[in-house]
Ligand binder design. Structure first.
Ligand code: C2E
Ligand code: MG
Ligand code: MG
Ligand code: MG
Length: 283
């Protein structure tokens, strides 16, 4: 390596271990132990109502603090987990932690009208125990299923559409909300919007930030379509207040981006909620 990374930058090392098969294998081995070693955690990013900037819910995002490599991005380790059985464990860890944190926030701050949104991987939908496991965790954590959303990407639904539809219908019947994540990337098929019982579309940041002067035509069309299908719309990665206002005028319900707040830990969320909803605070 010609140049050594300065300061605490870790990026320059990533291409190296992404390219190497043995390193990936090592990472997979490390990931297997990560849960019991408490290296995995969740952070939560606010999802904000655009009309009044009020918090509507939070998306749970996984973090891995590797003892030697430092923090590794989920874009790096989730695909590794997905290529093995590990994703089922990781996915349930996230679901369990997120629903337990939601219940804790509710106890601490009163019955707030907020939801928690958890990402679900394709491989998890193929796991026959998924539905029962989710129901069991909701019960154990005394969590109202109506306050829980799962986020799926289009590829999830593509891989095994029939199995996916059955599981999603069951989750929906149990009261959970379903969001189609990263809409506008990859293999978008509009037919999925009617074939699967989604409540919410999350427009990917690449579309929200499309530099072309035709961006507003695309965004307005997606938002109009979603509303006519009676789905709610979240715009991801909104960069400016101006864009937020424009999206609100187009009828976009929610925004989720660094503009409204980065992902933060559960205790910080609790403090945030107590600040934001003081009237609902319990004595
Ligand atoms: P995602 O589900 O689309 O999550 C949104 C990602 O966008 C998060 O990245 C979030 O930190 C990032 N983001 C939010 N606002 C902004 C912004 O204004 N600018 C930019 N540049 N980025 C923003 P993160 O946390 O690195 O997660 C990346 C992806 O990893 C997620 O994309 C999701 O696909 C996956 N992921 C994360 N946690 C989990 C998990 O628990 N389970 C599964 N299956 N996948 C997960
Ligand atoms: Mg997501
Ligand atoms: Mg997304
Ligand atoms: Mg994504």
């Amino acid at each position: 390596r010609a140049k050594k990374a300065g300061g605490n930058r870790v990026e320059p090392f990533r291409p190296a271990f992404r390219a190497s098969g043995t390193d990936r294998l090592q990472l997979e081995t490390d990931l297997k132990r990560a849960i019991e070693r408490k290296e995995l955690s969740l952070v939560y990013q606010p999802i904000v109502r655009l009309v009044d900037a009020e918090i509507a819910g939070f998306e749970a995002l996984m973090r891995w603090e590797h003892p030697k490599r430092g923090s590794i991005s989920p874009s790096e380790f989730i695909p590794i987990a997905e290529s093995s059985d590990l994703i089922n464990q990781l996915g349930m860890f996230a679901f369990e932690q997120a629903t337990s944190d939601l219940t804790e926030w509710q106890i601490q701050t009163g019955e707030l009208p907020i939801f928690v949104s958890v990402n679900l991987s394709s491989a998890q939908l193929l796991n026959n125990d998924l539905y029962d496991d989710i129901r069991a965790v909701l019960n154990k954590n005394h969590c109202d299923p109506h306050k829980v959303k799962v986020e799926l990407t289009e590829s999830v639904v593509m891989e095994n559409p029939e199995q996916a539809r059955l599981v999603l219908e069951k989750l929906k019947d149990a009261g959970l909300k379903l969001a189609l994540d990263d809409f506008g990337t990859g293999h978008s098929s509009l037919a999925y919007l009617t074939r699967f019982p989604f409540d919410t579309i999350k427009i990917d940041k690449s579309l929200v930030r499309d530099p072309s002067d035709k961006r507003s035509i695309l965004l307005r069309s997606v938002i109009t379509m979603a509303r006519e299908l009676e789905m709610q719309v979240v715009a991801e990665g909104i960069e400016s207040e101006e864009d937020a206002i424009q999206l609100a005028q187009m009828g976009c319900d929610f925004g989720q981006s660094f503009l409204f707040g980065p992902p933060i830990g559960s205790e910080s969320i609790q403090r945030l909620l107590k600040e934001r909803f003081p009237l609902m605070k319990r004595a």
